[in-house]
Design a protein around this ligand. Structure first.
Ligand code: AMP
Ligand code: TRP
Length: 331
């Protein structure tokens, strides 16, 4: 069985972009692949976090993994810090990553270009830690949204470099990026990615949003004056984004079918259909979320996941350290 691994940062609340671009696929793939799904709580502290809020977000993130359909009997679900090997291999990967490579990573570059102050060393070296997350488990595939493609490519480069230098250590992973929904845009500015750091809060639908508020956000989504439901991301980015959302939430309905259904109808009708699909999905997730919070499923899932993940990770780290010549007593 091929192996798959992915993670999400518990910075703020999970949103519809996280679901459509990543989480939905983790769930789809858990039957077909050996799935490792973790909560990237080392990655999230690369930017300042309020400790109380982070704790809440962490719990919610695990609960939402489960509420969206990840099944602890099929997938290994764990917290990054419960497996110490991530930080240790992260450091080793960092020592094999060139400054030139880190300098090319757009996430850091964008923040720097925006003039953000007090950017941390952790944020800069984060792609090396992400590489460790992936190669620790010899993942074949990494299902992610479009914005993470560059990081998986860096992982490949560093893994190949280390395999060449020390002998075969790691499987070289491939990013798995969906054709539809890999970059869900903000509802209030369809030229910007939907993201947790949406200041206006109008452009981002959180999975735990009140249904009325979510409906209002969809109905208020920025569109255009063309007046036709047509997939054209360049000239009709708002409508195309809503089409992606609708398609992803309704069994990947083809765009031409959606276009045909709304032929000759106004944007109001179309938005109502999108809002219905969004609210139906949120309601399903939120009902399950409430059940999970009232159970002990979070604790049992994480304990189980940490044990399974640690067994794989510790064997890999020992192999790497031995190959590099860093150990005297082999564990
Ligand atoms: P993050 O919230 O940055 O930890 O992202 C977790 C996962 O969600 C990654 O695979 C991202 O690529 C994906 N993701 C984040 N934002 C979006 C978005 N707006 N559209 C699609 N995928 C996204
Ligand atoms: N960097 C990813 C993000 O911001 C989260 C992440 C951390 C990840 N480690 C990973 C994703 C390993 C896939 C594989 O979304």
């Amino acid at each position: 069985m091929k192996r798959m691994l992915s993670g999400i940062k518990p910075t703020g609340q999970l949103h519809l972009g996280n679901y459509i671009g990543a989480l939905k696929h983790f769930v789809e793939y858990q039957d077909e692949y050996e799935m490792f799904a973790f909560i990237a709580n080392l990655h999230c502290i690369t930017v300042p976090q309020d400790p109380k809020e982070l704790q809440t977000n962490l719990r919610d993130c695990v609960a939402l993994y489960l509420a969206c359909g990840l099944d602890p009997k099929k997938a290994t679900i764990f917290l990054q810090t419960d497996v110490m090997e991530h930080a240790q291999l992260g450091y080793i990967m960092c020592c094999h990553t060139y400054l030139g490579e880190l300098n090319r990573m757009t996430q850091f570059k964008d923040k720097q270009a925006n003039g953000e102050q007090n950017l941390t060393g952790g944020l800069y070296t984060y792609p090396a830690l992400m590489a460790a997350d992936i190669v620790l488990y010899d993942a074949d595939y990494v299902p992610v949204g479009e914005d993470q493609k560059q990081h998986v490519e860096l992982t490949r480069d560093v893994a190949i470099r280390m395999n060449n230098r020390y002998g075969e250590l790691f499987r070289v992973p491939e990013p798995l990026i969906a054709k539809v929904g890999a970059r869900i845009m903000s509802l209030s500015d369809p030229n910007k990615k939907m993201s947790k750091s949406d200041e206006s809060n109008k452009g981002c639908i959180y999975l735990l949003d009140d249904l009325k508020a979510a409906r209002k956000k969809v109905m208020g989504a920025v569109t255009d004056s063309v007046g036709k439901v047509h997939y054209d991301p360049v000239n009709q980015p708002g409508i195309s984004n809503l089409m992606q959302i609708l398609s992803s939430l309704t069994n990947d309905r083809p765009f031409d079918e959606i276009e045909a259904e709304f032929e000759g109808k106004g944007y109001g009708d179309f938005k109502r259909a999108v809002a219905d699909a969004v609210c139906a999905k949120l309601e399903e997730i939120q009902n399950r979320y409430r059940e999970i919070l009232a159970s002990d499923l979070i604790e049992t899932t994480l304990a189980d996941g940490a044990a399974k993940a640690s067994a794989v990770a510790s064997a890999k780290l020992a192999k790497v350290q031995k190959a590099i010549g860093m150990e005297i007593i082999t564990r």
